[in-house]
Design a binder for this molecule. Structure first.
Ligand code: ZN
Length: 158
């Protein structure tokens, strides 16, 4: 069957930067609910619309199509005394962003008594290459549509 709104799509993917360096990928197939539920980049969903199992493509995603521009207001310097002991470079913690909403910050650098945090997505500001291979397409169940995600082996567990 063709991919259309409320299809449960199983796929594998590989995410690279524009030089072809692999940044992320799936070793196991993953599943998403097609139709604008925010499970996948909109540009990738557009490319998959109407396609069938076996379809493969490599899509170029601009910064806006991927994780968006970096927001420098999310790069913050916090005194080390504000942290619990054991703060490490590369660690993540949840803190309030400038908009008052909780978000994940990554510890970028520790310099003396200052800790540099970055609340941007690690891939923000980057154009990306998304290689996708569709392995299965089926109609989603009513429950999956109500939840906005796919259940089962490759989907959401709860
Ligand atoms: Zn669910």
């Amino acid at each position: 069957m063709k991919i259309e709104k409320n299809s449960a799509v199983t796929f594998r993917y590989k995410l690279s930067d524009v030089t072809g360096k692999v940044l992320d990928g799936s070793t196991e197939p993953m599943a998403y609910l097609h139709g604008g539920y925010g499970n996948l980049f909109p540009k990738v969903e557009q490319a998959l619309e109407g396609k069938v199992a076996g379809y493969q493509a490599t899509l170029e995603l601009s910064v806006q199509d991927a994780f968006g521009e970096r927001d420098e207001s999310l790069a913050q310097v916090i005194p080390k005394s504000d942290f619990p002991p054991g703060v490490k470079v590369g660690g993540q913690l949840q803190a309030l962003g400038p908009d008052g909403h909780a978000r994940m910050f990554t510890v970028m650098k520790i310099k003396g008594q200052s800790v540099m945090l970055d609340g941007n997505h690690p891939l923000a500001g980057k154009a990306l290459r998304f290689s996708v291979s569709v392995t299965d397409v089926r109609a989603a169940t009513d429950e999956e549509i109500a939840h906005g995600h796919v259940h089962g082996a490759h989907g959401h567990h709860h």
